[in-house]
Write a protein that binds this ligand. Structure first.
Ligand code: UDP
Length: 434
């Protein structure tokens, strides 16, 4: 190209237009787009929202004609925005007000950024689904929402978001809780204390000071099945001072019987929180059960994680009937206030009922395989599996030969019985109304 042509290319109208076009094209290339949309997450949100809007455009058009409904919300960096209700919320995602995954969009004044924990959540775009949403639906939201949000913000990644989005599918199927919940719920003739983890821990703290001892039973679908045939176990469950709903089976049963279960209060999740409650208190804990060496390993775990907890004693669960009086005497002499018994249901719960007074403890509970988890002998299901209510499946694949009857057959039998109870209750209600 000679000099005249070069000058023409640069400064002529056509040349300038050509260069502008090239620049515009460059900025629309993939990398340009990513940079412009501040990262991969935003780009994915933008593209996905765009695709969904195009796919749903006929529905959106009808909704637009009828007028979009809006709710005022607080977004990223505490910027206020109007969240469109229903499917049009996709426009919020497209615009960048919201993301598919992120902390819940809160109403103005609901969660103050002045609270240290809450502040972090405002550095992320509010999302349509979040960790808190999933955990709440799976009944395992034990910590405050702000804590779950800051956990999300700290560990945020595109892969993590993808996992949350997938876990939101079963969470949506579990449905929302009903506004009115009862304090006691009856399922298959068993009375359950419908309280949260925090309530249960407060209850224990109070009972440690009480003059008479108390028994706590964790009731899951398998326990309900066992109690169906074992009358002694059923009597123990009905006499226990506190019966707590353990697992997703109970949540589903509550849903089917229109008695929403507030939280999945199982021993394994309670254990570290119980240690926290006991740390610094004079009340000691005694660990009885599991294979030789396992309870001792749990004792070591407590000493390492909660050094303030008094460990009154540890003993395995494989002793003869002849040794039983000595075991009971040992617990009584230890002066323990809290006794954890891990023999598996129903044996552990029946054992506690028979020996509660003789052990001299204030609170005793049957905890099944808990020692095996905290000693590291058996790994516990990862959090994401618990969040989708599939902890039982993890247990099943760990020991399929032992667990297939309990879980594959047991869960189906349990739900079938609950459905039968529901039909009976509906029939009785219809009869009463007529
Ligand atoms: N176990 C015991 N003594 C026995 C039989 C069982 O200490 O005579 C222990 C066993 O080692 C295990 C626990 O009881 O640690 C039962 O665990 P499982 O997983 O069956 O309990 P789950 O949580 O399912 O009720």
């Amino acid at each position: 190209m000679d000099r005249v042509d070069e000058l023409y290319d640069r400064f002529s109208r056509g040349g300038i237009r050509k260069r502008r076009l090239a620049r515009a094209f460059h900025s629309v290339t993939w990398f340009g787009l990513l940079a412009g949309l501040s990262g991969l997450k935003r780009a994915i949100d933008f593209l996905l929202a765009l695709v969904l809007i195009l796919l749903l455009s006929p529905v959106l058009l009808i909704l637009a004609i009828r007028g979009f409904r809006k709710t005022p919300r607080i977004g990223r960096w505490c910027e206020p925005f109007d969240q469109l209700r229903g499917i049009p919320v996709l426009f919020n995602v497209l615009k960048g007000d919201m993301a598919f995954v992120g902390p819940r969009a809160v109403a103005p004044g609901e969660l103050s950024p002045r609270e240290r924990e809450a502040r972090k959540r405002y550095s992320a775009r509010p999302g349509l689904v979040c960790l808190w949403f999933i955990r709440k639906r799976a009944n395992i939201a034990y910590s405050a929402e702000a804590a779950s949000d800051s956990e999300y913000v700290e560990s945020q990644s595109v892969r993590g978001d993808f996992g949350i989005a997938l876990r939101a599918i079963p969470a949506l199927l579990y449905g929302e809780g009903v506004a009115v919940t009862r304090d006691t719920v009856s399922i298959l003739g068993l009375s359950i204390h419908n309280i949260t983890m925090t309530d249960a821990l407060e209850w224990i703290a109070a009972r440690i000071q009480a003059p008479s001892p108390s028994q706590i039973c964790f009731l899951n679908a398998d326990c309900a099945n066992l109690s169906y045939r074992d009358t002694e176990y059923k009597a123990v469950l009905n006499e226990a001072e506190l019966v707590l709903a353990d697992g997703i089976g109970l949540k589903l049963a509550g849903k089917l019987l229109a008695s929403e279960i507030r939280q999945n209060v199982n021993g394994t999740d309670m254990f570290p929180r119980l240690c926290e409650t006991l740390a610094g208190a004079a009340a000691g804990i005694y660990l009885l059960g599991a294979r030789p060496g396992v309870a001792d390993a749990v004792g070591k775990w407590i000493a390492e994680h909660y050094p303030g907890v008094v460990i009154s004693g540890c003993r395995d669960g494989y002793f003869s009937a002849g040794d039983e009086p000595a075991v009971i005497a040992q617990i009584a002499q230890s002066g323990a206030a809290v006794l954890l018994v891990a023999f598996g249901a129903p044996r552990q719960d029946i054992w506690i009922r028979r020996n509660l007074h003789a052990t001299g403890v204030k609170v005793a509970m049957g905890v099944g395989g808990l020692f095996d988890f905290y000693s590291g002998r058996i790994p516990r299901a990862p959090v994401w599996m618990r969040e989708i209510g599939m902890e039982w499946f993890y247990r099943f694949i760990q020991e399929p030969r032992r667990m297939w009857r309990r879980y594959l057959v047991g869960n189906a039998v349990f739900l079938w019985r609950v459905m039968r109870e529901r039909r009976g209750a509906r029939r009785a209600a219809a009869g009463g109304a007529a």
